[in-house]
Design a protein around this ligand. Sequence first.
Ligand SMILES: [Ca+2]
Ligand SMILES: [Ca+2]
Ligand SMILES: [Ca+2]
Length: 195
Amino acid sequence: MKKILLSLMLTSAMAASASAHASLLFEDNFNAENRALNASLTNWTVSNGSIDVIGTGYFDFYPGNGNYLDLDGSTRNAGKITTHTAFSLNPGVTYLLSFDLGSSKLGDTNSVNVSLGNFSETFTLAPNAGWQQFTRSITVLGEMSSNLSFDHAGADNMGLMLDNVSVTAVPEPETYALMLAGLGLIGFSVRRRVR
Ligand SMILES: [Ca+2]
Ligand SMILES: [Ca+2]
Ligand SMILES: [Ca+2]
């Protein structure tokens, strides 16, 4: 019985700690943007080409997502978007980067390079890939400041669709290990007192 109680305590303490320490640093679902071709954005700088803000009632290839971006705008030069926010990245913290990508409806394969800190990955979606969520864990060895960017390749005026970008900071497991050690001591002293 006591074992069950202790493990319940551990589980709820871990859950409480995870929610208390994970913090949302950035979130954009683009729903407040004005739908337009070759649009500018509230939270991002557009460079090296253009992007479109599309969605409800306006070139809505993936209904149900409000507004989202077509990362290849309408200037035959796909855009790069970079957050206005420069993120302060610290060792000992895991940064969860999450976003949705939808494949192009032109029937071709498209790719976008995503970078934050020393993380850089090219995501490629086949024409039939549909709408998918991607999540990556990012850590840094030394303190650094970095903007998040999505740089789309291509120039045929329809690229990957982007939505629901978020960056969340989560303390690394060491934090939990320390806390578990602390709880273990409490459990030990409880056992001793019972004896
Ligand atoms: Ca959206
Ligand atoms: Ca376009
Ligand atoms: Ca470009």
